[in-house]
Design a binder for this molecule. Structure first.
Ligand SMILES: Cc1cc2nc3c(=O)[nH]c(=O)nc-3n(C[C@H](O)[C@H](O)[C@H](O)COP(=O)(O)O)c2cc1C
Length: 305
């Protein structure tokens, strides 16, 4: 079998790097290999990512998957869906949110003006900014009352973002860093209550910031207004779609992210997607097992410097 052009390119780059060992002088001596070399090797071990891509296909004639999806089209599953995002917030402080700020910039302008911004002034903004962001990212924009075949009334929430199978596997949490009227801490945005639920205090927030990569002062986390954590519950989607459900979770994170970035532009804030964090540490501090609940994305936002 001949190599694909991309694989050929990786092989070329790999042999180039191998033949100029001074670039990576330690790679062969101590066994550490950058990805470019590791995955360019002919007899390389398999890649988890490639295995996942192939094994999460939905293929014609896969009866088991079809039955699994069909199961979700009945009444019982619709009730499950309507209960899906209701949580027990007993004993946790609930903070009501003010009205949103009107997003006056046109969609076209917002899209064109969007840029990754990671240097912030550290000045505070009002809670109404965060309320606007939360609702654009994951707010409930409509509640539809529907009936089961038995005549029971079921409320179905619809959100500002779409969700495969109406399952909403992604929640958003905020680190409130410089928000007037809000103590520094960790807050879960409950779309059901349209409110923030305080799940962590200032100390927990600072621990979490320590689990972000140091960034040569390019970003000073304490100057953000807020940091948004995307918390996935993959099995909400995977219980219907199997392995493929994880693709949907990641796609839905993309939808929420873009809503948040564009809302930031319209509010006059800057924001940046932030891959620079240690997943294990962040999940541990949040109290997540990393599988049933897992932080899969982060956005930093603030007033551009
Ligand atoms: C998933 C993802 C993770 C990212 N992580 C970082 C990051 O950790 N640090 C950073 O400075 N930029 C990060 N970025 C921003 C990109 O560097 C940026 O989008 C890219 O340079 C293009 O610039 P633009 O967004 O201004 O168009 C990330 C972007 C994405 C989509």
């Amino acid at each position: 079998m001949s190599d694909s052009p991309i694989r050929q390119e990786i092989l070329n780059a790999s042999s180039y790097l191998n033949s100029y060992s001074p670039f990576i002088p330690w790679s062969s001596s101590i066994g550490l290999k950058p990805n470019l070399i590791k995955y360019g090797e002919r007899n390389r071990r398999s890649s988890l990512a490639e295995d996942y891509l192939i094994n999460s296909y939905y293929m014609r004639g896969d009866t088991e998957k079809e039955i699994s999806i069909e199961y979700f089209n009945n009444d019982a599953s619709r009730v499950t869906q309507s209960l899906n995002n209701q949580r027990d917030y007993t004993d946790l402080p609930i903070i009501g949110l003010p009205d949103s700020i009107a997003l006056d910039l046109s969609l076209g302008e917002s899209i064109l003006k969007r840029r990754s911004i990671s240097q912030f002034t550290g000045d505070v903004v009002n809670l109404s900014y965060l309320a606007t962001i939360a609702r654009c990212g994951r707010g409930t924009s409509n509640i539809v009352m529907t009936q089961s075949q038995k005549g029971e009334k079921i409320n179905l929430d619809f959100s500002t973002v779409s969700s495969a199978g109406h399952l909403y596997p992604v929640d958003i949490y905020f680190l409130a860093v410089n928000i007037k009227e809000l103590k520094q801490g960790i807050y879960h945005y409950s779309e059901r209550k349209d409110a923030l639920i305080k799940t962590g205090n200032q100390k927990n927030m600072l621990e979490l910031l320590n689990a972000f990569m140091a960034s040569q002062n390019r970003v000073i986390y304490s100057r953000c207004n807020y940091i948004c954590l995307f918390v996935a519950h993959p099995w909400k989607s995977m219980s219907k779609y199997g392995e493929r459900g994880l693709r949907f979770v990641l796609q839905e994170i993309g939808s929420i992210s873009q809503n948040i970035h564009l809302a930031n532009v319209s509010l006059g804030l800057g924001s940046v997607d932030w891959g620079s964090y240690y997943e294990n540490e962040v999940n541990q501090i949040m109290g997540f097992d990393g599988v049933n609940q897992s932080v899969l994305h982060i956005i930093l936002a603030g007033i551009a410097n």
